[in-house]
Design a protein around this ligand. Structure first.
Ligand code: GLN
Ligand code: ZN
Length: 761
C-alpha cells in the first residue's frame, strides 16, 4: 500500500475480543477477582490501540469508535441514556454497572437477575435486552463514551463515533409495550442531540447511527417515527451517517434517503440493485455501500465487486463511500493466525483484518483504476480459484442431489397413525413415557479422556474403553431411575455440531476462528468449505453398544441438517438449501445404518430450526420449504416401527407450527417449563397431530425440581395435549448439570409420570 486512496472508506465496527481472545481472559480474570478492573481496562485499551493501528495500515478514512464494549453494545446504550431496571438501584455508566446488567448481582443475599439475552437479528451474537420503565426519565451519562471518543480522536481526527440508533434501541427493548417505547422517542432523541452537541465540541465531524431494524418488517408506526426522530436529532455541525445492515431496506429506501441525514449506509450484499438506491438519494448525500460481506469469512472476489462498484462510482464520485456490509464483530480477528488449516483454505479466508485490506484495495481500484490493484485482484482470483479446484470442493456425484431432493417424495411411507401402532407393538411403552434429551453430565473425567485421546496421550482402545464405561454408567443410571426411552449420554461429543463436522467430508476446523457470542463467551464454528459427504458411519458403534446393554429402547442421537448448517460458517458459492440437502443426505445414510444396526428410536435435534428464519416474512416460505424437506429427507426411509424424535429447545412455535407439523416427527420434545406450559398452546390450537414431550423442568437452573412442582405442569400439559400423545422429559440436554442434580431431578420426573399413570387408569 503506497498511496492513500481518495475514496472514503469506513468500518461499522470491529471484533472486540482481540487477538487470541485477549478480552475474554481479561474479563474472566477480573470477574474471578484475580485482577483489578484497571488490568481489564488496560487490555481493552490495548485491543483498541491495535484496532486503530490496523485501520491506519489500511488507510481506513473514517475508523469507528464507540463500537467497542466491555460486554455488549445494547447494554452500553442503556447505561449511556440511564435506562436500567430499578431492581439494580441507580446505576451510573461504568464498567461495573455493565457487568451487573450482563451477569446479575447479589443484593442482600438475593440474586438479582441480569438482563435477558436475545439473538442480534439473524447473527449468532446475543445482545442484552434493555428493560425500560414508563416513568424512568432519560438521563444522558456520556463521560465514558466521550473518553473513548477522545482516545480515538487523539490519533485520528476523522474517527467516527458509532451509536445504536434511538429507534433500534427502543424497538429492541422490553419492559413497556411497543406504543410506550415509541412514546419515548422524542425524549430519547433530545438526549441524542445533546450527545451529538458534545461530540461536535470534541471536533467530531461524522457520526454513525445504526438503525438495523430497517431490515425488519417494521410496523408502520415505527417507520413513521423515523422522520420526526431524525429531525429532532439533527445537530449543528455534525454529519449523520444512518446505517442499516443484515438485509435490504426495500420499501424503506425512499423514506431513509430523504431523512434529515447526510449519508445512508446500505448492505450491498443483500441489495442487488445499487443504482436504484443511488437514484433515490438526494444529490448532496453520501451513499455508503457495504460491499464486503461483514459476516462471511471468505476472501472477496475483488474483480466481481469492482464490476458492481464502477458504475456507482461514475454516478456518485466522492459521494460513494465503501465499507463492509455490517460490523466486523461477526467474523474472527485475523486469518494469519490459522497456521493449521491447509494453505489452500487459509488463502481463501478473510477475517476482520484481511477485510480492511480488501476495502483499501477496492478504494484504490476505483480511484486509480483496476491496474493499480492488479496484483491484489490476481491474488484474490487465484486464491478463490485454487479453493474451487481443491479436491473435495466439488463432488460430482452430489451435484444432482438438489434436484433429486426437490422433486422427491420426502414423506415416510406410512401415516402417523400406522406408525404409532407399529411402534407401540414394538416398544410397548407405558402411558406418559419418560425420556431425556440426549446428553448426560459431561464430567471432568470425560473431558480429560477426550482431550487425552485428541492429544494422542491415550490409545484408541483406551479411549473407547473409557467412553464405553461412561455409556454403561449412563444406561445403568437410567434403568435405576426407571426411564422408558434411554439415551447413551453423548460423552464422546465435545459439541453437537463439531462432532459430526469432524467426521464428514467438506468441513474444516480452525484454531483462531473465534467470534463473540455474548459477554466473554465466544464460539468457533466449523467451516463448510467443500461438498458435504459421509464416508463412514458416525454414531452407529456407540449407539449399538448402548443398546446392547438394555432391553429398553436407546435412542440414536443425531444433529439435524439445519442446525449443522446454521452453526457453521458456510461456503459462499452454494445456496444454503444446497448445502442443507448435502448434510441431509449424509444423515439419511446414518439413519439407515442405525436402523440396520437395530436401533428403533432415532432423535434428530434441530435447535437451530427457528434461528434460520429470514428477517422478513416474505422470505420465510422458501426457507421453511427447504428446511422441512432437508429434515424429512434425512429420516424418510425409516420403516413404520422406527420412531423418529426431534428436539427444539425453545417453544415460540405459533408462527411456524405448520412447518413443525410438516416435519412429521413421531415425537417432538420442546422447552416449556419457563413459560409454565403456556407455549404448548400453539400445539393445542393447531391440533398438532403427533406426540409431544413438553419439557417439565428447567435444566438451566441448579435447583432440583420436586414431584410436587412437576405434577401440576404435567396436568397443565394434559389439558392441552391428549394423554396418549404426551411424553415426559426435561427441557433440554443435561450436559451442563452434575450427577448429584440429575439423579434426584429425573427421579422426581419419573415419580410424577408414574403417579399420573395410576391416576388415569
Ligand atoms: N441432544 C442434545 C443434548 O441433549 C440436544 C442439545 C440442544 O438441544 N441444544 O445435549
Ligand atoms: Zn435443547
Amino acid at each position: 500500500m503506497t498511496t492513500t486512496p481518495s475514496l472514503t472508506t469506513h468500518v461499522l465496527g470491529f471484533p472486540r475480543i482481540g487477538e487470541r481472545r485477549a478480552l475474554k481472559w481479561a474479563q474472566e480474570q477480573y470477574w474471578r477477582g484475580a485482577t483489578p478492573l484497571a488490568a481489564l481496562e488496560h487490555t481493552a485499551s490495548q485491543i483498541r490501540a491495535r484496532q486503530r493501528a490496523d485501520y491506519a495500515a489500511a488507510h481506513i478514512s473514517r475508523p469507528p469508535v464507540g463500537d467497542f464494549s466491555l460486554y455488549d453494545h445494547m447494554a452500553d446504550t442503556a447505561l449511556l441514556f440511564g435506562q436500567t431496571p430499578a431492581r439494580f438501584g441507580t446505576l451510573a455508566n461504568t464498567a461495573e454497572a455493565l457487568f451487573v446488567l450482563g451477569r446479575g448481582q447479589q443484593i442482600d443475599g438475593q440474586n438479582v437477575a441480569p438482563l435477558a439475552m436475545k439473538k442480534w437479528f439473524n447473527s449468532n451474537y446475543h445482545y442484552l435486552v434493555p428493560e425500560l420503565a414508563a416513568d424512568q426519565p432519560i438521563r444522558l451519562d456520556s463521560a465514558r463514551y466521550l473518553d473513548l471518543v477522545r482516545e480515538a480522536l487523539a490519533e485520528n481526527p476523522q474517527a467516527k463515533p458509532v451509536l445504536v440508533g434511538p429507534l433500534t434501541f427502543l424497538y429492541l427493548s422490553r419492559g413497556i409495550d411497543e406504543a410506550g417505547r415509541l412514546a419515548k422517542a422524542p425524549a430519547l432523541a433530545a438526549a441524542y442531540q445533546t450527545l451529538l452537541t458534545q461530540l461536535h465540541a470534541l471536533g467530531v465531524s461524522w457520526v454513525q447511527i445504526d438503525e438495523p431494524i430497517l431490515a425488519l418488517d417494521l410496523p408502520t408506526a415505527w417507520l413513521a417515527a423515523f422522520e420526526p426522530t431524525y429531525h429532532r436529532l439533527k445537530a449543528v455541525g455534525i454529519s449523520l451517517l444512518l446505517t442499516t445492515y443484515f438485509g435490504d431496506i426495500n420499501g424503506a429506501v425512499a423514506m431513509a434517503a430523504n431523512l434529515p441525514i447526510d449519508g445512508l449506509h446500505i448492505d450491498a450484499v443483500a441489495t442487488p440493485d445499487l443504482l436504484a438506491v443511488a437514484d433515490r438519494l438526494p444529490e448532496y448525500k453520501v451513499l455508503s455501500v457495504g460491499i464486503i460481506d461483514g459476516r462471511s469469512i471468505w476472501r472477496a472476489d475483488l474483480a466481481a465487486l469492482l464490476d458492481r462498484l464502477e458504475p456507482l462510482h461514475r454516478r456518485l464520485g466522492d459521494r460513494l463511500w465503501l465499507a463492509p456490509s455490517s460490523s466486523l464483530l461477526h467474523v474472527p480477528v485475523d486469518a494469519e493466525f490459522e497456521t493449521q488449516v491447509p494453505p489452500v483454505l487459509r488463502n481463501a479466508l478473510s477475517y476482520a483484518r484481511q477485510k480492511l485490506g480488501e476495502l483499501a484495495a477496492l478504494a484504490r481500484g476505483l480511484s486509480e483504476g483496476r491496474a493499480a490493484i492488479a496484483a491484489e485482484i490476481a491474488a484474490a482470483t487465484a486464491a478463490r480459484a485454487a479453493l474451487d479446484a481443491a479436491p473435495g470442493r466439488h463432488v460430482q456425484a452430489l451435484k444432482p442431489l438438489q434436484t433429486r431432493i426437490r422433486q422427491a417424495e420426502v414423506s415416510r411411507q406410512d401415516a402417523f397413525a400406522e406408525r404409532a401402532a407399529a411402534q407401540q407393538a414394538r416398544f410397548n411403552l407405558p402411558a406418559f413415557p419418560t425420556t431425556t434429551i440426549g446428553s448426560f453430565p459431561q464430567t471432568q473425567e470425560i473431558r480429560a479422556a477426550r482431550k487425552a485421546f485428541k492429544n494422542q496421550a491415550i490409545s484408541l482402545a483406551d479411549y473407547e474403553a473409557a467412553m464405553q464405561a461412561e455409556i454403561r454408567q449412563v444406561i445403568t443410571a437410567q434403568e435405576q431411575i426407571g426411564l422408558d426411552a434411554l439415551v447413551h449420554g453423548e460423552a464422546e461429543r465435545n459439541d453437537m455440531v463439531e462432532y459430526f463436522g469432524e467426521q464428514l467430508d467438506g468441513f474444516a476446523f480452525t484454531q483462531e476462528g473465534w467470534v463473540q457470542s455474548y459477554g466473554s463467551r465466544c464460539v468457533k464454528p466449523p467451516i463448510i468449505w467443500g461438498d458435504v459427504h459421509r464416508s463412514r458411519p458416525m454414531t452407529v458403534a456407540w449407539s449399538q453398544f448402548a443398546q446392547s446393554l438394555s432391553q429398553k429402547p436407546v435412542k440414536g442421537m443425531l444433529t439435524g441438517p439445519v442446525t449443522i448448517l446454521f452453526w457453521s460458517f458456510v461456503r459462499d458459492d452454494l445456496s444454503r438449501e444446497t448445502i442443507g440437502y448435502q448434510i441431509a443426505e449424509a444423515l439419511r445414510h446414518e439413519v439407515n445404518d442405525l436402523i440396520a444396526a437395530g436401533i428403533g428410536m432415532i432423535q434428530v435435534d434441530e435447535p437451530a430450526f427457528r434461528e434460520g428464519l429470514p428477517l422478513r416474512k416474505k422470505d420465510w416460505a422458501s426457507y421453511l420449504t427447504w428446511a422441512v424437506r432437508a429434515f424429512k429427507w434425512a429420516v424418510k426411509d425409516a420403516p413404520a416401527d422406527v420412531q423418529i424424535h426431534t428436539h427444539m429447545c425453545y417453544s415460540e412455535f405459533n408462527d411456524i407450527i405448520e412447518s413443525i407439523a410438516a416435519l412429521d416427527a413421531d415425537v417432538i420434545t420442546i422447552e416449556t417449563t419457563r413459560s409454565n406450559m403456556e407455549l404448548l398452546d400453539a400445539f393445542a390450537d393447531f391440533a398438532y397431530p403427533n406426540a409431544i414431550g413438553p419439557g417439565i423442568y428447567d435444566i438451566h437452573a441448579p435447583q432440583i425440581p420436586t414431584a410436587g412442582e412437576i405434577t401440576p405442569r404435567l396436568r397443565l400439559a394434559m389439558d392441552k395435549i391428549p394423554a396418549e400423545r404426551l411424553w415426559v422429559n426435561p427441557d433440554c440436554g443435561l450436559k451442563t448439570r452434575s450427577w448429584a442434580e440429575v439423579i434426584p431431578s429425573l427421579e422426581a420426573m419419573v415419580a410424577s409420570a408414574r403417579s399420573l399413570r395410576s391416576s388415569v387408569q
